[in-house]
Structure formats: structure tokens, C-alpha cells
Design a protein around this ligand. Structure first.
Ligand SMILES: Nc1nc2c(c(=O)[nH]1)N[C@H]1C(S)=C(S)[C@@H](COP(=O)(O)OP(=O)(O)OC[C@H]3O[C@@H](n4cnc5c(=O)[nH]c(N)nc54)[C@H](O)[C@@H]3O)O[C@H]1N2
Ligand SMILES: Nc1nc2c(c(=O)[nH]1)N[C@H]1C(S)=C(S)[C@@H](COP(=O)(O)OP(=O)(O)OC[C@H]3O[C@@H](n4cnc5c(=O)[nH]c(N)nc54)[C@H](O)[C@@H]3O)O[C@H]1N2
Ligand code: SF4
Ligand SMILES: [Mo]
Length: 744
């Protein structure tokens, strides 16, 4: 029997509403849901393939446990959890808690269960060796926002539908569909911006498909955006165009002083952008009735990621576009979101081997390999890897690939036997997204429009198969020393009780004086996790407060609204958000501006001739784990090294020739693709390839494996303020492999 259900897509940050036709439990057709309150029918080829992700025959359905002689055995769930309990306990008993490292990957932001257990799992593991994809991605922005606003998760989002001028640096939202900025149909909204007379400027060494849509493309030299932005701020002051934000802000005068020495004329050569262009970009931002600056991976994962991320916000503030419609506005989740207990700071502890500072309770993922490889007290002996593909995702991933077999124990929560999980002692596969409830705990807070959408599972789990929530709850029980067989609901119950007691006990709270047990009995939902979500919705800014706000949100109401609930546009709310020690927005946090001399010193050596590598995303890929989906592979979705036509001519490289690329991390051989899209001196490789390794089981991906860009990158360099890896602006050498024409 066919039926149709709606569901939010979990594959990227755009959170499009889908309409899925199911025949006998299989998704036979996936379309954009025209009635979805947020995405209004938009869909991309990845979302349209969600049914193929669900039915992928290589997706694991049972836990795997490593056989002593190599290979894996499928085992029952109870046996797998017992093996995890034994393996982790053996390591902590002998070496202590810090010997267990936790790594969590990108899908954590795309599921309901993972983010809701991560904090408690971290706490119960009690290890300082906490790592995540954040230090491969967004941490520079978090550090900038942490120091400027006091909250590392308070991200200002461009108000794309009302702005008149959008300056995009190091992002390709037409292919990525946006990041740290949840916007469905971003390509359409960028077109709409231009159609209403607004201007789109894209700064990127590559003329991307986003740049194709723009009024202007500025082909900057990789790694120099901080200098370009300093040149812009300098021009704003120099020409009397900078707006003093006044009350509620600190550091405007100091900013004017700090940008001296970074005039348009001084930064131009390093950026490879004419001084006149730098000045004009500044004047256009100042003149626009409403403008927003946005930066993403090309600004974060560089040597100066935090400085650049800070300057993006500085420009928004001193052009008068901060916290106002048409400029940038803080996101607002409809559920009770976690706020930090105290103003942001970093460096509460340091990594053992390289002494890199803790940020947000995490250490830099770039140094995990050092912690595994380097013997001595505090060495990492076990790894719990949740939804991560470290081998392909981290700089110098091949070194990690060699180091992981040296661990005493490794657990992966992952649906695939891939480049990373092949090293596991135990793999615990979560069910398919279609079998899991969905609500965007993380992305709702980064959405350009306030909305709430819940997707129930479309299919019951096979008997005995645990949900992803249960897998995580059992890991929490194991980490708490309570063994693998306990009741997983007690984890959620404890958290629910704590939250209710706090809400009822706080003077002035709308629930003050009410009985926690009575409120708990009112919670609805299938299972303890859904009830915890119900609580978060009820206590959130749009929540029903258990009847105190009768038209407010709760889970039952979301379940009655299959197209979601729209809660309106974002609104200025700086006063609610800012929680720095001073209570002010800090324009010049000393921890950040202390890094300016390093940039000033480096300014002189940019552009000394060699080739530099940047990464890119492909519209029909999802990071490293979608290449097994036949409907998304082939055509342009291939792993090739793009290089400029000038460089190709100089190196004697023609389309399809194999080239050897050498970086500080190692080398790869890859087909070359000369293109008019790249700035001379820059080469670009897609991120996420390098499949087909021994012992993996992703058969379609193995047929066209590609090579890993992270065989070239170097784990020794990080953005020092955030510990974030450097994937963009990496020095490489390229040479043609003689006699090597690939078939194309
Ligand atoms: N050179 C270079 N390196 C990069 C980047 C780059 O641009 N260039 N990008 C960086 C960025 S932005 C990121 S976010 C990181 C990503 O780093 P990771 O998150 O470590 O890598 P992913 O490729 O996203 O792998 C996700 C893993 O989660 C599994 N998975 C998928 N869905 C689920 C699920 O629902 N539950 C569970 N438990 N597991 C699931 C997949 O099988 C896969 O193993 O890589 C970084 N690395
Ligand atoms: N289709 C698809 N969508 C995705 C993903 C995917 O794998 N595929 N991954 C998701 C994830 S995890 C993330 S983090 C987001 C990333 O979202 P984006 O950041 O929008 O995507 P990227 O393609 O990594 O874009 C980075 C751009 O920065 C440019 N660049 C590199 N170095 C520099 C530099 O120094 N300066 C400037 N100005 N530009 C530079 C690159 O040429 C590239 O065009 O995408 C998400 N969405
Ligand atoms: S844009 Fe992102 S959320 Fe929308 S359908 Fe595509 S992958 Fe899914
Ligand atoms: Mo990412």
C-alpha cells in the first residue's frame, strides 16, 4: 500500500521539507513538500535520493565486532554492548579516563538523538580528550562569537530576504546550500536578492556557481581574507564611513587604531586584489541601505580563521548592519536551548603533546593523531567515534589511518564500514534516518526564519534493533559505570527531572511553584527522548509552558502539523543574547586582536610564487559518506584536481592527465582538470574522496574511489586561537605523471 508522509531532510543544513511516498515501507518517491512552512517545495538532488540512502544495501543492519584474526563478525546487540563495556573498562581501569578519546562528526548536527546525548556522554566519560568536527569547520566562528558576544553559539545570520547587499567570502552556498546559516533554497533567494535590485559580491579564489550568480566576483589569494577585511575596515574609518555603534558596544575607538597599517594599499598585494577594489567594496557596504557579510569554510579553515571570522562581524557592526533587519540577526531556536553558564573563555586545559588550548570543552581534532601516537602518561588508548570519518576528514588523515590500529579499543557509532570504522573493535550502526524521529535541535537555532518541524519515524524498527537514541543512552550508561544492560530511559528521565526541577524552582520562572512530577506526567511522545524534546519545546521561547501560554508549542502540536509551524522572521535581540563579562558587545576582544601581529608579519610572504591548494564541495556529495549512492555519482561528481589554464600550460598538463600532488602531509596522484574558473597559483580538490580501502564495505564508492585531499594537508598547522585545521591555502607542488593519460 502506498502512503505519503512529510519529513525534514537530514542531509545538509538547509533542512528542506520533503514529501515521501512509501510503498511497503520503502521510499519510492521523494519530492519537495510544497506546503512546508520553511522550504516551500525546494529540494536538491541529494534530498531526492534520500530513499537510496535508506535502501543502500551496504548500510549496516547489525553490530560488528572485530575478529581476533581480522575481519568482523555480526553479533547481537546485547553482545555488542557488552563488548563495548568490557573494552572501555579495560582501558579506563588501567590508564584512567583521559585515555579514552571521544570524537563526534558532522551528522551530530543533523539528527535528533546525537546532540541530545552528547553533553551527558562527554560528562560521563570524564575525559579531557574530547574532539569533534567543529575544529575542522566552525570553531573559528565560535571563538569569535564567544569573545564578542560571550556565547560561542550566538551566530549572527545574514537576513537574506531583506538585505540589499550581500558580501559572501569563502562560501559556495549554491552548491553547499548554506552552512552556519540554515536557509532553504538559498540559490533562489540569492536570485531574488538580485531581482529586487540588491547586489551580490562573492570573494573566492574559484569562480564558483555562487560567483556565477553574483554581480561581482573577487578572485582573492587563499588565506588572505582577514587582510581584505582589515583593508575594508581601514577604508571605512579613513573615509569617515564607519558607524560608531554607540551604547552597548565596546572598542570602537580601539578598532580605528588597530586597523592602521592595514590600508587598502597595504593589503592589496598580499590579497591579490587591487586597492581600488578593496576601497570600493568598503564604500558599497557603507552605502547600501542594508547589507550583510557572510563567511564560511574558505574563511574558517585557514591559518587566520578566527581573525577572519571576527572581522566578518566587525564589518557588519561598523557598517550599522548588526542586529537589524536586512543586516545580520541572531538565530533563535523555538526550544529551550542551552546557554553557557558563564562568559566564554578558552584554555582551561591544554592538549598533552602540543599544548594546544581547550576551546568549548574540546581539543583540536588536528592533534588527536599526536595524542594517539605519542607514548607516555595520558596517551589516548581508546576512541569512541560517533558519526565521524576521521581518516578522510582530518588533516594528514593517512597518518591517522596508520595510527588507529595501534589503539587498544575503538568503538564507532556509524551506519557504514568505511575508511575509519574499518579500524573499530565494535561498530554500532544506527537505523536509517527514515526509521528515526527527526527535529533539528542544532539547526533550528541557525535558521533564517523561526520555525519548528517534527518528523516521526516512517517505519518501525526491526524487532530488537535499538534506535540511535538507545545506542547513545546505553553508551552513557556504560560511561557512567552502570553497565550495558540497564534501562536506557533512566538517562532521559534524569535529565528531564533536572530540567523540570530547575524550571519549577527558579523564582520568577513561569513554572515557579509548580510540581515537577505533575508536569512530567503531562509530557507526551514515543519514548523518553521524545518526551525530553516535548519538555524543551514547552519551556522554549515559543513553548506552551504547560498551559501558561495556551497557544504555545509542544510536541503534540508539532505532530499535528506535518508541514511544520512558522514562528515568524528573526528579530533584533542583542540584549537577550550578549553575555560577555562586561555585558557589552566586544568589538576588539584582546584574545583575538593579540593575533594581529602574526598576520601583519605574514602579510609580506603571501604570494611568493608556489601553488596553494583549496578544498571544495560538490553539489551531489555529502562530505565523505555519500559516494556509495549510485544516483548521486558519476558525471561531474568526480575527484579531480582543478588548476588554472595558466598553471596547466606552464606544467604541461592537459585535461585528464594524471598529476602528482605533493603537500606537507603526503602525496596523491589524481586526474587534472584545467579550468578558467581558478585564479592562477591556486589548485582545488573536492573533499571526501579516497575510498576502496581494504576491509571497507561501500561497494559503489570503491568502484570510483578518488583520492583523499587530506593526504596532502598538514596536521601541524592550526588556527592558533581556535585550534581549527587548515584546509585552505595549503602549499603544494604539482607535476605531470609522464605517460599517464586517463580515460575521460
Ligand atoms: N581537506 C578538507 N578536509 C575537510 C573539509 C574540507 O573542506 N577539506 N571539511 C571539513 C568539514 S566542514 C567537516 S564538517 C568535516 C566532517 O568530518 P566528519 O564528520 O568526521 O566526516 P563526514 O564525512 O561528515 O562523516 C560522517 C560519518 O558519519 C556517518 N553517518 C552518517 N549519518 C549518520 C547518522 O545518522 N548517525 C551516525 N551515527 N553516523 C552517521 C557516516 O557514515 C560517516 O562515517 O570534515 C572536514 N574535513
Ligand atoms: N552538496 C554539499 N553540501 C554540503 C556539504 C557537502 O559535502 N556537499 N557539506 C556540508 C558541510 S559539512 C559544510 S561545512 C558546508 C560548507 O559550505 P561552504 O563553505 O559553502 O562550501 P565549500 O564548497 O567548502 O566552500 C568553500 C569555498 O571557499 C573557497 N575558498 C577556499 N579558500 C578560500 C580563501 O582563502 N578565501 C576565500 N574567500 N575563499 C576560499 C573555495 O574555493 C570554496 O568555493 O557545506 C555543507 N553542505
Ligand atoms: S538542499 Fe540540503 S536539506 Fe535540501 S534537499 Fe538538498 S540535501 Fe536536503
Ligand atoms: Mo562542515
Amino acid at each position: 500500500m502506498d502512503r505519503t508522509a512529510t519529513r525534514v531532510c537530514p542531509l545538509c543544513e538547509a533542512t528542506c521539507g520533503l514529501s515521501i511516498t512509501l510503498s511497503d515501507g520503502r521510499a519510492t518517491r521523494v519530492r519537495g513538500n510544497p506546503d512546508d512552512v520553511f522550504s516551500h517545495g525546494y529540494i536538491c538532488p541529494k534530498g531526492a535520493s534520500l530513499g537510496r540512502f535508506d535502501s543502500d544495501p551496504d548500510r549496516l543492519t547489525a553490530p560488528l565486532v572485530r575478529r581476533p584474526g581480522g575481519g568482523f563478525d555480526e553479533v547481537g546487540w546485547a553482545e555488542a554492548f557488552e563488548a563495548v563495556d568490557r573494552g572501555l573498562r579495560a582501558v579506563t581501569d588501567r590508564y584512567g579516563r583521559d585515555a579514552v578519546a571521544l570524537y563526534t562528526g558532522n551528522p551530530v548536527i543533523h539528527t535528533l538523538a546525537l546532540p541530545l546525548y552528547m553533553m551527558v556522554l562527554r560528562e560521563r566519560l570524564g575525559t579531557r580528550n574530547v574532539y569533534s568536527s567543529t575544529t575542522l569547520d566552525t570553531m573559528p566562528k565560535s571563538v569569535a562569537c564567544g569573545w564578542m558576544y560571550g556565547d560561542p553559539l550566538a551566530f549572527p545570520l545574514p537576513d537574506v530576504d531583506r538585505t540589499r547587499h550581500l558580501l559572501v567570502l569563502g562560501a559556495n552556498p549554491v552548491e553547499s546550500n548554506g552552512s552556519l546559516w540554515t536557509v532553504a533554497d538559498l540559490p533562489g533567494r540569492l536570485r531574488a536578492l538580485r531581482a529586487r535590485g540588491g547586489r551580490l559580491v562573492v570573494v573566492d579564489p574559484r569562480r564558483t556557481r555562487t560567483a556565477d550568480l553574483a554581480d561581482e566576483h573577487v578572485a582573492i589569494r587563499p588565506g588572505t581574507d582577514a587582510l581584505l577585511l582589515l583593508g575594508i575596515v581601514n577604508t571605512l574609518f579613513d573615509e569617515g564611513l564607519a558607524t560608531d555603534p554607540g551604547e552597548g558596544f565596546a572598542g570602537f575607538g580601539e578598532l580605528a587604531r588597530l586597523v592602521q597599517g592595514f590600508g587598502a594599499g597595504e593589503v592589496a598585494a598580499a590579497c591579490g586584489v587591487p586597492a581600488d577594489t578593496v576601497r570600493r567594496l568598503a564604500r558599497e557596504l557603507a552605502a547600501a541601505p542594508a547589507a550583510a557579510v557572510y563567511g564560511r569554510l574558505g574563511t574558517c579553515t585557514t591559518e587566520f580563521g578566527t581573525l577572519t571570522s571576527w572581522l566578518v562581524d566587525v564589518v557588519n557592526i561598523v557598517t550599522g548592519n548588526f542586529d537589524r533587519p536586512g543586516g545580520v540577526l541572531f538565530g533563535e531556536a523555538p526550544h529551550a536551548a542551552r546557554r553557557p553558564a558563564e562568559p566564554f573563555r578558552t584554555g582551561r586545559w591544554h592538549s598533552r603533546v602540543r599544548s594546544l588550548p581547550e576551546v568549548n570543552g574540546e581539543l583540536p581534532t588536528a592533534t588527536l593523531v599526536d595524542e594517539i601516537e605519542t607514548p607516555g602518561e595520558g596517551q589516548v588508548r581508546a576512541l569512541l567515534c560517533v558519526a565521524g570519518n576521521l581518516v578522510l576528514a582530518t588533516p594528514q588523515g593517512e597518518r591517522l589511518d596508520r595510527a588507529l590500529p595501534g589503539l587498544d579499543f575503538m568503538v564507532c557509532v556509524d551506519p557504514y564500514l568505511n575508511e575509519t570504522t574499518r579500524h573499530a573493535s565494535v561498530i554500532l550502526p544506527p537505523p536509517s534516518p527514515l526509521e528515526s524521529p527527526h527535529y533539528d535541535v542544532v539547526l533550528a537555532a541557525r535558521s533564517v526564519r523561526r520555525n519548528a518541524r517534527f518528523s516521526p519515524p516512517l517505519r518501525a524498527l526491526a524487532p530488537g534493533r535499538p534506535s540511535e537514541a538507545e545506542i547513545l543512552a546505553r553508551l552513557v550508561l556504560i560511561a557512567s559505570g552502570r553497565g550495558p544492560g540497564g534501562d536506557p530511559d533512566t538517562v532521559d528521565d534524569t535529565l528531564t527531572d533536572l530540567a523540570l526541577r530547575a524550571a519549577c524552582g527558579r523564582p520568577g520562572s513561569p513554572l515557579a511553584g509548580r510540581a515537577p512530577a505533575a508536569l512530567k506526567a503531562e509530557l507526551t511522545g514515543e519514548g523518553a527522548l521524545e518526551r525530553r524534546l516535548d519538555l524543551m519545546l514547552r519551556l522554549g521561547p515559543a513553548g506552551d509552558l504547560f498551559g501558561a501560554r495556551p497557544d504555545g508549542l509542544n510536541l503534540a502540536r508539532l505532530k499535528e502539523s506535518p508541514n511544520g509551524v512558522d514562528l515568524g522572521p528573526l528579530r533584533p535581540r542583542r540584549r537577550e543574547v550578549v553575555m560577555t563579562a562586561s555585558g557589552l558587545v566586544e568589538l576588539c576582544p584582546p584574545a583575538i586582536t593579540a593575533d594581529l601581529p602574526r598576520l601583519a608579519a605574514r602579510m609580506r610572504d603571501f604570494g611568493d610564487g608556489g601553488l596553494v591548494l583549496v578544498s571544495r564541495r560538490q553539489s551531489r556529495s555529502v562530505n565523505s559518506w555519500s559516494h556509495n549512492i549510485p544516483s548521486l555519482s558519476g558525471g561531474t561528481n568526480r575527484c579531480v584536481l582543478e588548476l588554472s589554464e595558466e598553471d596547466a600550460a606552464r606544467l604541461g598538463v592537459a585535461a585528464g592527465d594524471l598529476v602528482r600532488v605533493r603537500g606537507r602531509g603526503g602525496e596523491v596522484v589524481v586526474p587534472a582538470e584545467p579550468t578558467g574558473r581558478l585564479r592562477a597559483g591556486v589548485v582545488s580538490m573536492p573533499y571526501g574522496w579516497g575510498h576502496g580501502r581494504k576491509g571497507t564495505r561501500m561497494r559503489h564508492a570503491a568502484a570510483e574511489p578518488g583520492v583523499s585531499v587530506n593526504a596532502l594537508t598538514d596536521s601541524a598547522v592550526v588556527d592558533p586561537l581556535s585550534g581549527t585545521a587548515v584546509f585552505n591555502g595549503v602549499s603544494v607542488r604539482v607535476e605531470r605523471v609522464e605517460g599517464s593519460q586517463t580515460e575521460s
